[in-house]
Write a protein that binds this ligand. Structure first.
Ligand code: GDP
Length: 444
């Protein structure tokens, strides 16, 4: 995940401060130097860093901080607020046209993840109760049209194409007419990309903007390219006056600078973050939550939202019923593991937990736990239906047969059964009267 190193450095700086009872101006100076370095190393735009540190310092030297009983906490609070503000303050939502039909034009350089993001956005829209359709308006690369069709199929969203046509404006307008005729209410236009910003591309995009009049223009930029992403965003915005940015590949080892600088440099908000290659890997961007994550304070709200989004209530109710009747089977266990996987795996969940530092994350062997998931899946798939539903019948000879079937040692099967029993016990505790209420209270 992006920000790892920045997060570590800032947390270290503040640990130092916390160790001191009273803070002097010198302490603040030293801390601000470290903050500045950490931000520069994270590839945050130089001007942005300078302004940021000057603002934070001025606030920290205020009387309330210096005289407070917990000055270090106050400094952290100020950095938290400033980081939030730097990233735009409030979460900016995608806006829909009051006419009832919204056209979204996607723009961005080649390879940034524009086409993939079209699919993610279609999924997001569907989850929000909209009926999206995609339009393939890259007239230069037939492969781009093929790719959008693959994306559309994977996301269950229709794609409008017109392979014979070389005019993206006509394709977009025809797509819109077809979408309206068929009862869709959002059209996502995938436009051509280039390796670099060039006049011709900009002209074409401006032309689409003028004639198709999209309600929203979203710019896709790749976090991994750091300041280049910010420069690209600036260049596109100057020509197109975009409505918002989608920052992709935030799951990679980007230093985070692009996400921190984009708003300040372009004046345009980041609406979403792309956090993986799958079509559900799109997160609404909340500056305050991101600041908390960077400062190691976790992001429980996003964690809960992701859980709710991926949570199948009817399925969970059924599982609970079976649990009450003591019928929690290995199939249910597999479902449970699937839930964790759908939420992006253990790594993703840990990342959002407060108090889990990136160093601790490194100690968790994520590859191992993914491997373990896959092995359990293979074991369960090698069982008969009867065995899956009643693992108590798994005697030594059955375990041997299953081991041979999935190519794993019997010991793995024993571990799986142990994990299953533990999960069952844990869930039982959860399903006791009162436990759910307590859980709800915890979530506010
Ligand atoms: P386009 O040329 O801008 O349309 O880019 P594509 O949609 O073809 O994406 C380029 C590559 O980036 C593909 O391999 C995608 O799977 C990958 N990609 C897109 N978004 C993300 C993301 O958020 N995270 C990661 N890790 N990969 C992504």
């Amino acid at each position: 995940m992006a920000f790892e190193s920045l997060s570590d450095k800032l947390q270290n700086t503040f640990k130092h401060l916390k160790g001191k009872g009273v803070l002097t101006e010198k302490d603040i100076d030293a801390a601000m130097r470290e903050v500045k370095l950490a931000l520069l190393e994270a590839d945050v735009n130089f001007k942005v860093v300078k302004e940021f540190v000057a603002d934070v310092k001025a606030k920290c030297l205020g009387e309330e901080v210096m005289k407070s009983l917990t000055p270090a906490q106050q400094v952290i609070k100020i950095v938290d607020q400033q980081l939030t503000e730097l990233m735009g303050g409030e979460n900016v939502k995608l806006s829909y046209s009051p006419t009832g039909f919204t056209t979204i034009m996607m723009a961005g350089l080649q390879g940034t993840g524009k086409t993939t993001t079209c699919g993610k956005l279609a999924n997001y829209l569907k989850e929000s109760g909209k009926k999206p359709m995609l339009a393939a308006c890259d007239v230069y690369r037939p492969a781009a049209i093929d790719q959008l069709e693959v994306v559309g199929k994977a996301c269950g969203t229709p794609v409008y194409t017109d392979r014979g046509c070389q005019d993206p404006v006509k394709i977009a307008n025809d797509a819109r007419a077809e979408a309206e005729r068929k009862g869709y209410n959002v059209l996502i236009i995938d436009t051509a990309g280039r390796l670099q910003i060039d006049e011709e591309l900009m002209q074409e995009l401006q032309n689409i903007k003028e004639k198709v009049k999209p309600h929203q223009i979203l710019l896709v930029v790749d976090a991994l390219t750091g300041q280049d992403a910010v420069n690209a965003a600036k260049g596109f915005n100057e020509k197109l006056d975009v409505d918002g940015i989608i920052m992709t590949k935030m799951d990679g080892d980007a230093r985070g600078g692009a996400a921190l600088s984009a708003r300040k440099v372009t004046g345009k908000p980041i609406l979403f973050l792309g956090t993986g290659e799958k079509y559900n890997a799109l997160e609404a961007f909340h500056p305050d939550r991101m600041a908390s994550r960077i400062l190691g304070m976790g992001d429980l709200l996003s964690l809960i939202e992701n859980a709710e989004r991926d949570y199948d209530e009817a399925k969970a109710e059924k599982q609970l019923e079976r649990l009450k009747k003591n019928q929690f089977t290995l199939e249910d266990f597999l479902e449970q593991m699937g839930e964790v996987k759908r939420m992006g795996g253990i790594g993703k969940i840990l990342e959002m937990m407060p108090g889990v530092s990136s160093r601790q994350m490194q100690n968790v062997n994520l590859d191992e736990s993914e491997k373990e998931f896959r092995q359990y899946e293979a074991i369960i798939y090698s069982m008969t239906k009867e065995e899956r539903q009643d693992p108590s019948i798994l005697n030594a000879s059955r375990r041997k047969r299953i081991a041979a079937g999935c190519g794993l040692p019997v010991s793995r099967i024993n571990t799986l059964i142990k994990r299953y029993e533990e999960t069952k016990k844990m869930l039982k505790q959860f399903s006791r009267p009162g436990a759910m209420k307590k859980n709800r209270m915890l979530r506010g």
